[in-house]
Design a protein around this ligand. Structure first.
Ligand code: CA
Ligand code: CA
Length: 285
């Protein structure tokens, strides 16, 4: 993701757009016995886009409402040496292809897993001075956040760092657990329909999301500890502002009612989130 990327489409504030996305292997894997070494690793984790949102200017916030995530009937999994939490133990890379039927992943003959569709990579262009950031890396612009709450019905809020925002997304999963411990979700190509809206003079730290009845501050950093602290401190700011509490009251509230969650622990930056029911923020419109 980069300020230099040419937009593939220009849209207006309020428009609804459908992104067609490859899976994280650019659809290169079609069989479990495929030779992993033969894959083009420069094609891993692509994002579709970017789109230029006409009214979006540096300093604004882009609201992305996820209307739907349509997926096919097969997901791909991969893990192996140097990948994921078991990367120091596994001796060889394995591919698993999993059929999807009646809203379930048919993991084995007797294990099924409910689908939990989500977007792994979604972000705006980073600030110009940061150059380009790989779609594999989550950071202040969003990116590879691998957050299970980025799903149908969610409103995601991303910073606008450059004119037009330059929104791109990809790496959809049919299911993933918090942590993404193997290094991948149930990887699928998808059609993702979103509505974009530009918010001016919006002062909540990004990225964050609103889903159902809660707000969740998302943060990525070199370590999970740093990411968890950043997400929590950003939520403290939100509580101070919208519940009108001072810092010590705000952190007490989060200690009692906030849920600090792991998004993923396998990407070049780790991602955590702090979640709080919206009912505590009575001044948030
Ligand atoms: Ca990912
Ligand atoms: Ca993925």
């Amino acid at each position: 993701m980069s300020a230099e990327n040419e937009p593939v489409l220009t849209v207006q504030d309020g428009d609804t757009i459908t992104f067609e996305t490859y899976d994280c292997f650019t659809d290169q894997i079609t069989a479990e016995d495929q030779i992993v070494e033969a894959l083009d690793w420069n094609k891993i984790n692509p994002a579709t886009g970017p789109i230029f949102v006409e009214e979006a200017e540096e300093g604004d916030v882009l609201e992305v409402t996820i209307r739907s995530i349509a997926i096919g009937d097969t997901a791909t999994l991969m893990t192996g040496p140097d990948l994921g939490v078991l990367g120091d133990v596994l001796k060889s890379t394995t591919i698993k292809r999993v059929p999807i039927k009646h809203e379930k992943l048919l993991f084995t003959d007797d294990i099924t897993i409910p689908i939990n569709k989500m977007i792994g990579v979604i972000g705006t262009a980073p600030k110009k001075e940061l150059g380009s950031i790989s779609c594999g890396v989550p950071d202040f612009h969003g990116g590879n956040m691998d957050t299970t709450a980025i799903t149908e019905g969610t409103k995601l809020y991303l910073p606008v760092n450059v004119q037009g925002a330059l929104l791109a997304l990809g790496d959809c999963h049919a299911a993933m657990g918090d942590g993404e411990v193997s290094v991948c979700g149930a990887e699928v190509p998808a059609e993702v329909t979103v509505t974009v809206r530009v918010l001016k003079e919006h002062h909540i730290p990004t990225p964050y999301l609103i889903k159902d009845e809660y707000i969740s501050m998302i943060a990525s950093a070199k370590t999970l500890d740093e990411a968890a602290e950043m997400a929590t401190k950003n939520m403290v700011k939100v509580v101070e502002t919208f519940a009108e509490l001072n810092s010590d009251e705000a952190i007490h509230l989060l200690s009692l009612a906030g849920q600090l969650r792991i998004s993923q622990i396998v990407d070049p930056n780790k991602t955590a989130r702090m979640e709080l029911p919206l009912r505590y923020l009575k001044h948030l419109k």
